[in-house]
Design a protein around this ligand. Structure first.
Ligand code: CA
Length: 380
């Protein structure tokens, strides 16, 4: 018995030692941005404050503009308007947000998109699905259905609104920011500062961590999020998320079921008025970021690279950077440990990054006009 207990204690020690190692966050904020770019950049088209991009199987892309427009753009940059976008509450960070194809898009022609819906008392972050109907001369969103909506309106920005489908195509994950109310992120009843896990129809899966509790708790996958603007699955099924910190403390998080990522109790940044916020290290019960950035880069979207054009970047996380004005690559090792981190200066606020079916990388600039850029390996 004594021997068995000793083994058990040894295993516990090993387990806690490895989790302590895993919790050690890397600060990439002091990494210099390089002006030496490994890619050529071709501007394809201009948009009004473009926000998100989703590729169709044929290599054309749907692009949202924050003021409430959707366009289809082809590889040559030709644009076609998509009608039927619902009324959007715009202002500050709020507006028309993310867009994604349904996993069965080829058959169903369904798309998902998110936006701030006008509501008494502000706006509600809303996830909608619709059919992308080709009406000959024009494209339209038809048969629209609300999949999820905040049950309370808020006036604040920081909406989040990012959509990701599980690799088995059975679930959708949807981020909602704290709407600039930090306490909401730790309130399990409040529909802000969370990542939700739903069926593709918006129902609560029985396998959610608190499915039996009903309401917001049942829909919740993880809590304690501030400004979650990036969400993507690696091909091994790992879910990665980026969020902006306050003054310092931007985060790349590995998202686990029932995780608590600490906002608004802890952050590796401080408040904008300079008053301190306790660091992640003060609360080991919360899930610390894998990587953080102090000073900040303002991460936008994440794309997992598995294209053919940049063969050295397999499984890398590409992260767009707004205040950092460029693109970040975070190498991921097979055991999800962080590998090489690189950062390139593009002198533009980059909102979105996506990988095209041909392996090129497409970026959206956060500006009006904001450019759509296509990146291919630098011609030698
Ligand atoms: Ca955090």
């Amino acid at each position: 018995m004594a021997a068995r207990r000793a083994v058990a204690i040894f295993l516990l020690t090993v387990a806690s030692f490895s989790s302590a190692c895993a919790a050690e966050s890397i600060n990439a904020g002091h990494l210099d941005a390089s002006d030496s770019l490994p890619f050529d950049i071709k501007p394809l088209a201009d948009f009004d404050t473009p926000w998100a991009l989703a590729f169709l199987p044929n290599g054309s892309a749907l692009i949202t503009e924050k003021p409430g427009h959707i366009w289809l753009v082809d590889q040559q940059g030709h644009k076609q308007a998509v009608s039927g976008v619902p009324d959007v509450a715009t202002g500050g960070q709020n507006g028309l947000l993310d867009i994604a194809l349904a996993p069965d898009f080829k058959a169903s022609k369904r798309v998902y998109f998110s936006y701030n819906a006008p509501a008494e008392g502000g706006s509600k972050v809303t996830l909608m699905t619709a059919t992308l109907a080709d009406q000959g001369e024009s494209l339209a969103l038809t048969d629209k259905k609300v999949v999820w909506q905040q049950s309370v309106a808020a006036t604040g920005g920081q909406p989040g609104g990012i959509i990701a489908f599980s690799p088995d195509h059975r679930y959708l994950f949807f981020t909602v920011g704290d709407r600039m109310a930090p306490d909401s992120a730790q309130d399990p009843e409040h529909p802000s500062g969370k990542i939700f896990r739903l069926t593709l129809a918006g129902e609560t899966p029985d396998s959610n961590p608190h499915a039996e509790q009903g309401g917001v708790r049942a829909q919740t996958w993880s809590i304690g999020h501030r400004t979650p603007y990036g969400l993507a699955f690696s091909s091994n099924g790992t879910l990665w998320e980026t969020e902006m910190g306050p003054m310092g403390g931007d985060e790349l998080n590995l998202i686990k079921a029932d995780g608590n990522y600490g906002w608004g109790d802890v952050s590796n940044g401080d408040n904008y008025d300079g008053s301190p916020i306790p660091d992640h290290a003060t609360r080991p019960d919360y899930d610390a970021p894998a990587v953080y950035w102090t000073p900040v880069i303002s991460p936008g979207g994440i794309a997992v690279y598995n294209g053919s054009e940049f063969p050295g970047w397999k499984e890398s996380l590409l992260i767009s950077s707004l205040s950092g004005q460029g693109l970040v690559r975070v190498g991921i090792k097979h055991d999800n440990r962080i590998g090489k981190i690189e950062r390139w200066n593009l002198n533009k606020r980059i909102r979105e990054v996506a990988v095209a079916p041909d392996g090129s990388i497409w970026l959206l600039e956060d500006a009006n006009p904001g450019q759509l850029l296509r990146l291919t390996p630098k011609a030698s």
